[in-house]
Design a protein around this ligand. Structure first.
Ligand SMILES: [Zn+2]
Ligand SMILES: [Zn+2]
Length: 193
């Protein structure tokens, strides 16, 4: 299957243009239906162009069969080997872990090229609750912006409303806003590209 790429520019964004972002769904036959809206929401907060690509990256090498989870660090390694200069956000449906934690929503290289995100724990189904597409889309956007924020050099923020606030549980994601606090926004504007 050939890789497919499309570029979506947000209608408006912060005054400072950001370097581009490419969303890379991994393990999907084609880009999931929510990727277009996700790209728009990321562009709205972080600015810059947000593209979508279905890369032929393999999930198998990252699978830990004993844990039934995917190693986020292994996936990041494969992701950042992709050609190009944009910040890359890999997105997987399976559960992610890093060796010292039971699970992670995502993982990013601080001020680096790559970030990875799992939709697994963002879905109400995991908690035995009724599906909620609106809530899922909001959680996905917040965690995508959060991980890309790290890739753009932002660290965790003490403001519980800020999207860069650390979330261990999905309830904490729901409490924060889909935006940067003024301090983080200022840091992002001043960050080296
Ligand atoms: Zn974080
Ligand atoms: Zn903040």
């Amino acid at each position: 299957m050939r890789s497919r790429a499309e570029i979506e520019r947000p209608p408006q964004g912060p005054p400072q243009p950001r370097p581009g972002v490419r969303l890379v769904p991994i393990g999907y036959r084609q880009a999931p239906s929510w990727t277009g809206e996700l790209a728009r929401r990321i562009g709205h907060v972080l600015g810059g162009a947000v593209g979508i690509e279905t890369a032929r990256l393999s999930l198998e090498s990252a699978l830990d069969v004993h844990r039934g989870q995917y190693n986020a660090l292994t996936l990041l390694e494969g992701l950042i080997a992709l050609p190009g200069s944009e910040r890359l956000l890999g997105i997987v449906a399976g559960d992610l872990f890093i060796p010292m934690l039971t699970h992670v929503f995502g993982q990013a290289q601080l001020n680096g090229r790559g970030a990875i995100l799992s939709t697994y724990r963002l879905d109400n189904a995991v908690y035995g609750l009724a599906p909620d597409d609106t809530l899922f889309a909001a959680r996905l956007a917040k965690e995508a912006i959060h991980e890309l924020g790290h890739a753009f050099g932002l660290v965790h923020c003490h403001d519980p409303d800020c999207v860069m606030h650390s979330s261990m549980y999905v309830e904490e994601i729901d409490l924060k806003r889909e935006d940067l606090c003024s301090d983080c926004r200022q840091r992002l504007s001043g960050a080296a590209v």
